[in-house]
Design a protein around this ligand. Structure first.
Ligand code: HPA
Length: 275
């Protein structure tokens, strides 16, 4: 029978990975959100393990989101790619990615690179823009660490997004002649999009983009002692900031339109990362 306790799931999932991918030693864990799947297609010597074979890994419920762990190389780096994430709006619980991320940490990954699709709340950051996450607002006010015990749960979030990795991302963008914004991502639970009033609220609070993911994973990763880098692809302007009506289909379509650009940048950045 499959274990249900997270600690047992991590042990069991780690065993599966060590058995099936016994030569793999990835240091970079990569979470691919909407619009970023192209990175997975460019991985060299890929090996795939379905989440279904990994205890405690999420079962997919959102159309357009994949669910495999992929292992392979990007440049000189070995990477472990989570092609799908569990969103907190699926259950109301923010801990859906605890087992996958702790498993990858235990496997040897000490860097987490995250990607997402987001709504822009900044006029100078139109759809198609890329934004490096400098910080976040946990407006959903949920934590994947609820129920943890011990002092390690009081995680310092002052440098949630690693300054050195961010500097490398900025330098790579400059070298590629690519515009890379940097800003604050506000996490709202969803799954409904925001109201125009909520979007104005996020602007007042200092957000540059809004989305329904990423923040729980950052908290899990920081708790586990991983360094985090996160990139957002703007798929739309926040509600009320443009005439368009928001929908999941529209988000996916816009993500698709910018995916070559976003994936190309991330692939080059990971290949160039100095760890
Ligand atoms: N709001 C929340 N999440 C999103 C959006 C948005 O406008 N676009 C893509 N993900």
């Amino acid at each position: 029978m499959s274990p249900t306790d997270p600690v047992d799931c991590v042990d069991a999932a780690l065993n599966v990975l060590r058995q099936r991918l016994h030569k793999a030693r990835p240091r970079i864990a990569l979470v691919l959100g909407s619009g970023w799947g192209g990175v997975a297609e460019r991985i060299e010597a890929p090996q795939r393990v379905s989440y279904a074979d990994l205890p405690g890994f999420p079962k997919p419920t959102v159309q357009g989101h994949a669910s495999d762990l992929l292992c392979g190389r990007i440049g000189a780096h070995e990477v472990a790619v989570l092609t799908g994430r569990k969103h907190s709006y699926e259950t109301g619980d923010a801990s859906g990615m605890v087992v996958p991320l702790r498993t990858l940490r235990a496997w040897g990954c000490d860097v987490l690179v995250q990607t997402n699709a987001a709504g822009s709340v900044r006029a100078d950051m139109p759809p198609g823009s890329l934004m490096l996450m400098a910080d976040h607002l946990n407006l959903a006010q949920r934590s994947p660490l609820v129920g943890e015990t011990g002092s390690a749960r009081f995680v310092d979030m002052a440098q949630a997004y690693d300054p050195d990795l961010r500097a490398q991302a900025r330098a790579h963008a400059t070298q590629q002649g690519l515009a890379l914004h940097e800003g604050v991502y506000a996490w709202l639970l969803g799954p409904q999009f925001e109201t125009p009033a909520e979007i104005r609220m996020t602007q007042v609070l200092g957000a540059d983009a809004v989305g329904m993911s990423t923040v729980p994973e950052t908290i899990i990763a920081r708790h586990a002692g991983m360094r985090v880098l996160a990139l957002s692809l703007m798929t739309n302007m926040g509600a009320g900031l443009s005439a368009e009506t928001l929908s999941h289909a529209h988000t996916l379509q816009q993500a698709q339109a910018s995916s070559a650009h976003a994936s190309g940048f991330l692939h080059g950045l990971i290949a160039a990362l100095a760890l």
